[in-house]
Design a protein. Structure first.
Length: 185
């Protein structure tokens, strides 16, 4: 169980470190300027780029309008629920717990952005921040929710954790007990 939490904290740390490197930071005399919004740096030609995008909404840049605080509080509730669930999964194979570990790390990473980055960077009030996205991948054109995409929507480490967590949880769902089963223990 200790290894599970170490992995959660490591993934959240990697997520936050990469976001700070892209966005920039000041730590006493140490200043790293980061990138300007929309700025892009090729990593593997045009196929993979680091592009700073600040996402004020949810996945794929879908806007939540004036419900930012509700979204942030929902993210907090999901993170707490996943932490509670993970803590009670002793005896479950690691491959099944991995899905929950990834989901918790991703939810927590994006929660930190929404809750604190607006204040940290002087851009928004507490709980009103945007998620820092930067992984920009070229894909063949496709249509999703009636919108044509020439590139995959820009994402971050937390988003990747959430996507992989959902996939792992779906594959190994038969090993995961229901909340009702956990409450009976």
């Amino acid at each position: 169980m200790r290894r599970d939490w170490l992995l959660v904290f490591t993934l959240v740390g990697v997520d936050q470190l990469t976001k700070l490197l892209v966005k920039g930071f000041r730590l006493g005399p140490l200043v790293h300027h980061g990138m300007a919004p929309g700025e892009s740096i090729p990593v593997l030609g045009e196929w993979l780029r680091i592009t700073l995008v600040e996402n004020p909404g949810i996945a794929f840049g879908v806007s939540v309008g004036g419900a930012k605080v509700l979204l942030t509080l929902f993210s907090l509730a999901v993170s707490i629920a996943l932490g509670w669930y993970l803590q009670r999964l002793g005896g479950i194979p690691f491959r099944a717990r991995l899905g929950i570990i990834l989901l918790l790390a991703g939810a927590t990473g994006n929660l930190i952005d929404r809750a604190f980055y607006g204040v940290l960077y002087g851009e928004a009030a507490l709980l009103h921040g945007s998620v820092v996205d930067f992984i920009d991948v070229d894909v063949p054109d496709f249509v999703l929710f009636g919108r044509v995409y020439a590139r995959w929507p820009v994402f971050n480490v937390a988003d990747a954790c959430i996507t992989l967590g959902v996939l792992v949880a779906l594959v190994f769902h038969r090993y995961l007990p229901s909340v009702r089963q956990l409450l009976r223990r």
